[in-house]
Design a binder for this molecule. Sequence first.
Ligand SMILES: Cc1cc2nc3c(=O)[nH]c(=O)nc-3n(C[C@H](O)[C@H](O)[C@H](O)COP(=O)(O)OP(=O)(O)OC[C@H]3O[C@@H](n4cnc5c(N)ncnc54)[C@H](O)[C@@H]3O)c2cc1C
Length: 382
Amino acid sequence: MSVGQAIWRDQLTDGQLAVLGRDPGTVELARPDILVVGGGMLGVAIAAAVGDARLGSVQLIEAGRLGSGATGGATGLLIPEPHQWSDPETFVDLERASLERWRYLDQVTPGGLGLVELDWIGLAPDRGGLAAHQPVNVEWLDAGQISALVPGLAWRLGGALIRHQARVNPLRALAGLAVDLPAVATGVAATAVTMKGDRLVSVATSAGLISPGAVVFATGQPQVLDGLDLDIPADRVKGHLLVTEPVRVRLPCTIAPVATPLEDGRLLAGGTFDYGDESPAVRPEVVDAIMGGLRAALPALGGAGVSHAWCCFRPRHPDGRPVIDRVPGIRNAWLTSGHFRTGILNAPATGLEIARWISAGRPPPEARAWSAARFPRRAAEF
Ligand SMILES: Cc1cc2nc3c(=O)[nH]c(=O)nc-3n(C[C@H](O)[C@H](O)[C@H](O)COP(=O)(O)OP(=O)(O)OC[C@H]3O[C@@H](n4cnc5c(N)ncnc54)[C@H](O)[C@@H]3O)c2cc1C
């Protein structure tokens, strides 16, 4: 069993792996028009969108390898519709727009991004078990229909079926988006910024000084850097995931909360919310509990083993929604942070939103919902 590393790297070609570790320590552009700090799904999607919008030269820097943060450990589900039950319409709109953008990018990228179309079933004791209000694009299946679709499921439950969702291997998609970015430096960390009035004039990095026209910070959580006065409340929530060895049990689609089928007969399960656990270590008892739940739901799994078990941290703001904003008080700096459970899904739409904002010099109308100003600044500590 591989413990601590997601399955995603094992599914990549050598060429895709090389993209994730591109140009270590080498900053090509000391004076780019736009500097993107952070090489997770958000940073790469933003760099791609800014490039597509022809806003000038773009340099991306990433402290580790591309995807070495939350992105490389995510489940990779691109599933907007179930959020109708739990999130405001503006958020679901962002997610839907982003899924459409993912499909477009998958089409236009040579070789594709590996997007897999997928239906989603959420099991529940009855229709009201998910929410009193049932959206129109949800088909309710009774326990008999679910049993016919998912032979071997031990639970007699109905479920909500939502069609036309999707998933990606997050690292494959990331490599696909990053391969044509002209200037990417991995192993380069931003360490401090210098301001002149309300403009950010330079970013000190582990590979020297960069003097950009504009900067976008996409570092998961809001960036803590010398000289950058960012005070947006955020924390992170650990989650564990596992992948089984190839099994005979076949799931027709994602069955929440049971598992998602992967290409070669493996099942992907978990996505725990381990509040308060700050340790980067994989906890065997959590992995056992996920596998125990999976065996209880699908007894035909028998003694099938775990091939990969890992954990990662979701960056989160207090309301669980992202910040997509200009850095307060700085004319030429933007940030996005706290994408929590849906950063893979929402990256392409976020990239477009930031590119439009930089290009027009004013926020697109939908940006108001993601403003940092929704969190009151904390009182200074004495
Ligand atoms: C268990 C789990 C399951 C998930 N499942 C899903 C899912 O199914 N669908 C979905 O949409 N989302 C999912 N997510 C959420 C998703 O992983 C995150 O929202 C998303 O990856 C955040 O991307 P990011 O680019 O903002 O952050 P990250 O991926 O963390 O990237 C930030 C990058 O910035 C770099 N960095 C930080 N500081 C600096 C610096 N000073 N200089 C240079 N670089 C720096 C870091 O090294 C890092 O690589 C899941 C998360 C977890 C933990």
